[in-house]
Each structure stands twice: as structure tokens, then as C-alpha cells.
Design a protein around this ligand. Structure first.
Ligand code: SAM
Length: 400
């Protein structure tokens, strides 16, 4: 097992779970003739039953490493994130989309705060469905809902797979970046698929396999130049979007995540790829450190998401930066409902909102994409749903 001197050592029971997962991954590598694709490795490291990062007992979400957590997400940072989303969702819910579905609901903070904010907006959904792969997170979500919104908790239902049909509003925050990616390396002008082999007694290392021309994914074959580079493709996230399209009979799906359109993602200058790992609030590039005890993510290719959506008969109803979306949807007005003279309440809230909006933090790197099906969202008389306020200024759908 690899260690990094500067990172905190996991407790003994966590190390034992990680060793058990490493044995399973080693078996998969042996069964694959000494090599597995990186997507298979990432899938096992994050989702192997009981031992994967999201299936096991790691703390994951939190403010700092003292609580054993690894990273913080927008809903954990401030309830103003959920309250602003509620301003966007409320008119849709009022227009005959009475249910909400959330993918990968983390600790349940977004679910609880969204339900509370939708109640305030007078637009409570009849049902709030959570699609959650992890039994452990499902329990945390139940607890959060019971603590923060006990009178609304009975509206929440859980699914471990997608239901066949859904009408309503869908939301997924930082879900697409947690889906396994394939890795590719260009070296000396030639493309390789970067996979995983065993290294030493219980470790893993990258190993590249030459690709025949026909095996090179179109998105990367088109990258100009012949300089060395590493990048990713996102078949799983795109398959997931197609499955959402097949399920969504009528409604709008909002996905919020870090990433870029393909022209930026596969820009020749982005030569190091976007794979990143999070362990105790340290971001680092080594996916083989403590398998099952750290998060592994890649940025989202929003052009791939949009293309998959269109293949699945959805329309792109908007795409812009998180800062634009939240400001268009009214985050600053919401913040101003706090009294600026009440510095104990106002300053932490303003700091958190600033983090969501700042270009140097989450405001520009994070994007929001809305995918609709069976809706006509236009201003004026001829409509069956209001235009989406979140994209009214700064929509960048043309860049996809
Ligand atoms: C980085 S966490 C984000 C959690 C939460 N949305 C938040 O913002 O705090 C990623 C989540 O996506 C979930 N996830 C990944 N693939 C999924 C899928 N196919 N369906 C539902 N959830 C999925 C993971 O289980 C995990 O809970």
C-alpha cells in the first residue's frame, strides 16, 4: 500500500478495509490478464460493495480534516445554495411538475434545505426521491432529514436504481464528476489507454496499452498537435445521462459540477488531464493511495453530457457558470434578507456565498447545465413552463 508522508495516516480499521479492497482489485487485475482499464479501477475504488469510498464508512463530506472528512460541497457550505435552487425550481413545481428527484444526495443537506426552502416558496413537492447507491449515505440522509426537516421527512423516498418513468425536477450536485472515467495518454505522437497493473506486494501502478487507430475515441483523436498529454473520456457519465433521458417523461434535470465544454476540455494546452483525488482536504493526483479511503474525481465534459442528452431526446435548456446561475436565480437578494448589522449571522453567510460565486473559487470552474424533456420553456403566452431564470444572463449553450 502506498503512503505519502505529508498526508495523515488512516486509522487501523480503515487501513484494513483498504487492504481488503486492494485484494479484490488485485484479483480483478489478475482476471484481466494483469491489466484493467482505469475506469474499472475507479469504479471498484469508489463503489465496490461495503469497501468502496462511497459504499463504505468514510466520513467524506465536512468542513476540515479534524472530523475525518475529505472535501466540502456547496450544499454543505451554506443553505443559500439550496435556497437559490429552490427559487429556480419553485415555478417549475408550480407548473405541474410536482416531484423532485436528487441523485447522490451526500449527507442529505441539499434535500433537507431544498424541502425547507420550497416550503417557504409555497412550492412543496409531493414527493422527493433520492437515488443513492450507498446504504451508509442513505442512513446519513435519513438522519439529516429527521434533524433538519422532521415535518417534511415523510415526503422523501429512496431508490437504488432509476425508476422506469419520472415527471418532475431532477438535481445532481457533484455527481457526474464521481463517475468512472477512462484514461488516455499520448506519448511520442501515439495514443495509449492508461490502465492499472499490480505494483509490489499490495500496490498498483499505471500501465499504458497501445491503441489501434480504430480504438482511439473520436473526442481525443481530434486533439491537434503531437505533444505528450494525458486526458479522460466519460462513457459512464454519458450513459447515465442517456438513462436519465429514457426515464424523464416530462421535466427538467439540473446538473452542477466542475468541468468545461469539449473545446476547453480537450484543448491541446490542457495536457495533464483533470484526474484528482481528495483525502482529508488535501487534493493530490495519486489514485492508488489508500484505495477506498479517498475520493477520485475527474472534471465533466459538458459537451459530452449535452450530446448524450440530445441522443436521449432531451434538450439543452441552459448552460452557464455556477456564479451566473446563482446570481440570475437571486442568491444576492436572498443574502440581503439577513441583517448586515447582525455580523455573527451575516458575515459567515456572506463568506460562504462569496465562495460559491468567486471566479477564483467555485464560481467559474463549476457549471450548471439544464436538460429538459417534454417542456416548452419560452416567455410569452405560448408556453407550458416559465423560462429558466438561472440562465437569463450569461447562457453559454452555444459553447457546447
Ligand atoms: C461528490 S459526492 C456529492 C454528494 C452530494 N451531492 C453533495 O453535493 O454533497 C458524489 C455522489 O454521487 C453519487 N453517485 C455516483 N454515481 C451515481 C449514480 N449513478 N447514481 C446516483 N448517485 C451516484 C455517489 O454515490 C456520491 O454520493
Amino acid at each position: 500500500m502506498q503512503k505519502v508522508a505529508s498526508l495523515p495516516l488512516p486509522p487501523q480499521d480503515a487501513l484494513e478495509a483498504s487492504n481488503a479492497l486492494a485484494l479484490c482489485i488485485g484479483d480483478a487485475i489478475d482476471a484481466g490478464g494483469g491489466w484493467i482499464g482505469f475506469d474499472r479501477y475507479m469504479s471498484m475504488a469508489l463503489y465496490a460493495p461495503r469497501l468502496g469510498y462511497y459504499s463504505g464508512g468514510a466520513a467524506k463530506f465536512g468542513r476540515d480534516a479534524r472530523d475525518g472528512s475529505d472535501f466540502i460541497t456547496a450544499p454543505e457550505l451554506t443553505p443559500f445554495f439550496a435556497r437559490t435552487l429552490a427559487r429556480q425550481f419553485a415555478p417549475l413545481i408550480a407548473e405541474r411538475l410536482p416531484a423532485v428527484m436528487e441523485f447522490g444526495a451526500g449527507t442529505g443537506r441539499l434535500a433537507a434545505d431544498l424541502l425547507l426552502a420550497l416550503e417557504t416558496e409555497g412550492a412543496l413537492p409531493s414527493r422527493y426521491a433520492i437515488v443513492e447507491l450507498s446504504g451508509e449515505l442513505r442512513e446519513r440522509q435519513r438522519q439529516t432529514l429527521t434533524e433538519r426537516a422532521p415535518h417534511l421527512a415523510d415526503r422523501v423516498v429512496w431508490h437504488d436504481t432509476l425508476p422506469e418513468r419520472f415527471e418532475g425536477v431532477i438535481v445532481g450536485n457533484e455527481v457526474l464528476d464521481a463517475m468512472p472515467v477512462r484514461l488516455f495518454a499520448r506519448e511520442g505522437g501515439r495514443w495509449y489507454e492508461r490502465g492499472v497493473r499490480r505494483e509490489g506486494a499490495a500496490g498498483f501502478a499505471y500501465q499504458d496499452r497501445v491503441l489501434a487507430d480504430a480504438e482511439i475515441p473520436a473526442a481525443i483523436a481530434a486533439i491537434p498537435g503531437d505533444h505528450d498529454m494525458v486526458t479522460e473520456t466519460h462513457a459512464e457519465a454519458e450513459g447515465f445521462i442517456r438513462a436519465v433521458g429514457a426515464m424523464l417523461a416530462r421535466g427538467v434535470a439540473f446538473f452542477i459540477d466542475y468541468g468545461f465544454p469539449a473545446s476547453e476540455y480537450y484543448h491541446p494546452q490542457r495536457s495533464g488531464g483533470t484526474l484528482m483525488c481528495h483525502y482529508r482536504h488535501h487534493a493530490h493526483p495519486d489514485p492508488f493511495l489508500y484505495p477506498g479511503l479517498q475520493d477520485i474525481t475527474a472534471h465533466v465534459n459538458f459537451t459530452g453530457v449535452a450530446e448524450a442528452a440530445v441522443e436521449a431526446a432531451m434538450q439543452v435548456a441552459g448552460f452557464c457558470s455556477q456564479a451566473r446561475f446563482l446570481m440570475n436565480a437571486g442568491i444576492t437578494e436572498l443574502l440581503m434578507t439577513l441583517d448586515p448589522n447582525d455580523t455573527r449571522a451575516f458575515l459567515p453567510a456572506a463568506n460562504a456565498v462569496q465562495k460559491l460565486l468567486s471566479e477564483a473559487e467555485m464560481g467559474e470552474l463549476f457549471k450548471v447545465i439544464a436538460l429538459s424533456r417534454g417542456m416548452r420553456m419560452i416567455d410569452g403566452d405560448d408556453h407550458d413552463a416559465p423560462a429558466l431564470a438561472g440562465f437569463q444572463r450569461g447562457d453559454r449553450t452555444h459553447s457546447l
